[in-house]
Ligand binder design. Structure first.
Ligand code: IVH
Length: 680
């Protein structure tokens, strides 16, 4: 028996080990190579299996298991970590000439008799993120630290583990990793993710991050790694710091080895035979920088041979063998003519800057966002100021700060107007925000309509902002329901300039198609304050249809996972307004989908009564309950002879003993999933 048990343990350990290897491999295929070999569903299954085994056998658990990427327990503070080798900074070159100067200094420093000009360089992009050092011991990620002051940084290991492009264990396929190696590089946030998160924060009326670097730094310094895990941070490695048992000859070789260990080395690194090639590289990226999904503020040029690097050494904290070829900022100076207000669909007054047109990186900028009054005050931006504006990727330009020396005294401070600029209704203040509360406000109506037809909402093609404006102007539409009455007004539309039979036909076809958009999209399209795509999805899933949602109390709504009191209040209040109810009635008549899609399932658990106890490895109580209900079963609170199953996790309560007494079958999450046909 003892023998058998040991054998089982070994098997388990092997299974856990195999699962971890598989998961890390598929993680690598997906995030680093962008070439997955298995479906997300299959990945999730392997992941859940591993999670379950680790929960059931805590002795097999490990901090570098891929299951830990979702974020460990919150910390009180970050410990300090001393870098074994200092993390240096770089000197700057601001144009081609200064790069040539750098090369001359390198040649002089090397003082070689033969071919004194022949120096090979590696060109890399200068990623605008946060520098970190990752220490791997025996191939395992042991700890990771921020750069800090170059000598001492902060231990942010738990947060770094959530980053999918940071291997928890180094790959051994091509190049065997040394016993100790510190990989250095930059943690960054893709621009697309930055915009998405800020949009969501704006919707939730949270403070916005000024740029992706700040968001990356903020995310990395979160005490709760679960928060970090929600930010899709990524990592580009660029060098090896301290190491034992490995020697390199060139920077290029360093990058190849790092790549073989499973890192995502930036694909735009390049080996250059001469400084002229380097200059070309610098200039070409200056042109192309806006095509990337991350911010770069220049290129980094490094002498390729490490022995030459050693010869050159460093001055204070800057190496003589490397330099940052900085790009002129995506910044420009211009005059802020006026701060204007745009009324958003939920009535928020959004200030923006009207600028004297200025060219930044080949694009003419006429406007820039200003988030709210508080933000404008904090930056002390006044109307009439000369300001510095910044553009990054395709992000809307921002006003960075005023140039105070240019002030004449004529500048005017900004405050929200007392009345809505579109309808004259007195403005209501709430924290840093101001609102127009008039539901009939023409500006709000227009913005609501634009939102209603937009991509993520009803996605009505052929109904752009301009067209909507025209329809509103011509009094063809006032509310979203009117859109579905447009076919009755075909003649009027055809009479408008720029409308041909074919385009009108297409428009009607898009309207028809939009009626089939799922209920969650309709909910999102309504533009209820605080209801973004995710919340809409949750509401649709939890309530199933519009009637149930309309009848729900504020408390019922708050019960839904991920929905706090503020959102619940907003949703509840929306449905109390007569006009909104009337709109929904109209939309129902028009034939929109107001029911969530029933996920087709066999009624495997028809009539079965379940009781839940303890903590399940992967399912929350709410998720387990939903699953049971979805499959036709019921959940009751106490165990009795009528109970069909007890679904038990770790630390079960007295229900466990009672179920045993009454001989009620006890299920683990795995058994339960098995019943639903959801087992690997
Ligand atoms: S090499 C001695 N390579 O730029 C070499 N740095 O001031 C030091 N950075 O703090 C770093 N991309 O965070 C290097 N490809 C790259 C880089 C890079 C971004 C950052 C790094 C450092 C700063 C240099």
């Amino acid at each position: 028996m003892g023998e058998k048990k040991k054998h089982d343990k070994g098997d388990l350990q092997q299974e856990v080990e195999d699962l971890r290897r598989k998961l890390e491999h598929h993680n690598y295929r997906y995030y680093v190579l962008d070439d997955p070999e298995i479906s997300d569903r299959e990945y999730d299954r392997l992941f859940r299996r591993l999670q379950e085994l680790e929960q059931q056998h805590p002795e097999l658990d490990s901090p570098d298991s891929p299951t830990k990427r979702v974020g460990a327990e919150p910390q009180d503070k970050f410990e300090k970590i001393e870098h074994r080798l200092p993390m240096l900074s770089l000197g700057n070159a601001f144009d081609a000439d200064e790069l040539q100067d750098f090369h001359r200094r390198v040649c002089k420093g090397l003082d070689r008799k033969e071919a004194p000009d022949a120096v090979e360089y590696v060109g890399e992009l200068k990623i605008d993120g946060v520098a970190v050092a990752l220490t791997y011991e025996k191939g395992h990620l042991a700890h990771g630290a921020t750069r800090g002051n170059g000598h001492v940084g902060e231990d942010v290991t738990a947060n770094l583990r959530t980053i999918n492009t940071i291997p928890l264990r180094l790959r051994e396929e091509e190049t065997e990793p040394p016993p100790v190696v510190e990989v250095r590089g930059e943690v960054y946030l893709p621009l697309s993710a930055f915009e998405k998160i800020n949009e969501k924060r704006a919707e939730e009326e949270l403070n916005l991050f000024a740029n992706p670097r700040n968001m990356a730094a903020g995310s990395l310094r979160q005490l709760d790694p679960k928060v970090t895990a929600t930010r899709p941070l990524a990592f580009f490695p660029y060098s090896v710091g301290y190491s034992e048992g490995i020697e390199f000859e060139t920077q290029w070789e360093v990058l190849q080895d790092i790549r073989n260990w499973g890192f995502n080395v930036n694909p735009h690194v390049q080996l250059h035979e001469s400084i002229d090639d380097v200059v070309e590289y610098y200039e070409s990226w200056l042109e192309k920088r806006n095509t990337l999904d991350y911010e770069i503020d220049g290129v980094v040029v490094k002498v390729n041979r490490l022995d030459l690097q050693d010869q050159l050494g460093k001055v204070s904290r800057e190496p003589r063998w490397a330099i940052a070829g900085k790009f002129p900022g995506q910044e420009a100076t211009t005059k802020l003519l006026k701060i204007a207000i745009n009324v958003g669909r939920t009535g928020t007054l959004n200030p923006y800057a009207i600028l004297e047109p200025v060219e930044v990186g080949g694009v003419t900028i006429r406007q820039a966002t200003l988030h709210n009054e508080e933000d404008i005050r904090r930056k002390d931006i006044r109307q009439g100021d000369t300001v510095i504006i910044k553009r990054a990727g395709d992000v809307i330009p921002q006003v960075v700060k005023p140039v105070e020396e240019e002030r004449t005294g004529e500048e005017e401070e900004f405050s929200y107007p007392g009345k809505c600029p579109a309808c004259g209704t007195p403005v209501v203040r709430e924290g840093p925000m101001a609102y127009c509360t008039n539901r009939q406000c023409p500006a709000q109506r227009l913005e609501s309509l634009k939102h209603f037809v937009s991509r993520g909402a009803m996605d009505i093609r052929g109904l752009g902002g301009r067209t909507i404006e025209k329809f509103v102007e011509e009094k063809l539409v006032k509310s979203p329901a009117d859109l579905y009455r447009l076919p009755e007004k075909e003649k009027d539309i055809l009479a408008l300039e720029g409308f041909k039979e074919k385009s009108v036909e297409n428009l009607f076809e898009s309207l028809e198609q939009s009626k089939r958009r799922p209920f969650s999209r309709v909910l999102f399209a309504l533009g209820i304050r605080h209801v973004g795509e995710t919340v809409a999805e949750q509401l649709a899933q939890s309530f199933g249809d519009l009637d149930a949602l309309m009848q729900a109390s504020q408390e019922d709504i708050e019960e839904v996972e991920g929905i706090g009191p503020e959102i619940a209040k907003s949703v509840y209040s929306y449905f109390q307004v007569e006009e909104n109810r009337a709109l929904l009635d109209d939309l129902r008549k028009a034939g929109l989908t107001l029911e969530a899609e029933k996920i087709e399932t066999a009624s495997t658990l028809e009539g079965k009564k379940f009781v839940l106890t303890g903590t399940l490895p992967t399912l929350s109580r709410k998720e387990a309950t939903d699953l049971i209900k979805k499959h036709g079963g019921k959940v009751t609170s106490s165990v009795s002879s009528k109970t069909d199953y007890l679904l038990a996790g770790t630390d079960p309560g007295s229900k466990y003993a009672k179920a045993k007494d009454l001989k009620v079958p006890i299920l683990s999450e795995g058994d339960f999933r098995g019943m639903l046909g959801d087992q690997p």
